[in-house]
Design a protein around this ligand. Sequence first.
Ligand SMILES: N[C@@H](CCC(=O)N[C@@H](CS)C(=O)NCC(=O)O)C(=O)O
Length: 230
Amino acid sequence: MTLKLYTAPTPDGYKVSIALEEMGLSYAVVAVDLAKGEQKQADFLAINPNGKVPVLVDDGFAIMESGAILLWLAEKSGMLLPTEPQARSLALQWLMFQVGGIGPMMGQANVFHRYWPEKLPAVVTRYQAEGRRLFAALDHRLGEAEFLAGDYGIADIANWCWVRTAKWSGIDTSGLPHLARWSAAIAARPAVVRGLGVPEKSAIKDDNSTPDPRMVERMRTMLGFSRREA
Ligand SMILES: N[C@@H](CCC(=O)N[C@@H](CS)C(=O)NCC(=O)O)C(=O)O
């Protein structure tokens, strides 16, 4: 297979670069500049009408949605997804938990906590509390099993790429020991470290007290807020 990854330094992008690194597959990278709106241009919309990264093109076949890309790669490589029906179902359950829960909630927490022009405390609290509730569900599961589907796999990669940005969303991770153990174990994997460098390291710092103002400005531009409004 000839793989080309269209991506940006974001949680959803990193899911795919980490999976590709874990699988040892070779791939070409196209960095998409989200602040410039490249993801909304006609040539990009031709491979993803939703105008978002990541997109994987495999021998000319374009795949959008990070969860679908992870499944495609796992099925083709025979890696990072169990074949035993119950273990496979667990992997799909926790993968969908991420794409339907963690991703949207943390994404909105970021928008309203970091970038929205007006202060809307009730909205911020709602998304942060929902994020925390989802983290507690992960912690509960990780108290039963080392990884979400038993063995390390695509469900862990998908959830971890968002959980690691908790500080940026303002979500409290204290008192979740199983989540902390799992987070540290995944962070230490060499393929994960390599994947986090594709297409480049994120400007989001682990220490949320020192946000990079240029990155915040770029995100506000992407979301359509002018400097004056912000
Ligand atoms: N459900 C999609 C979400 C993808 C997504 O939200 N990508 C963000 C970066 S993490 C993006 O491309 N944002 C640019 C935009 O919305 O214009 C997936 O899992 O692939």
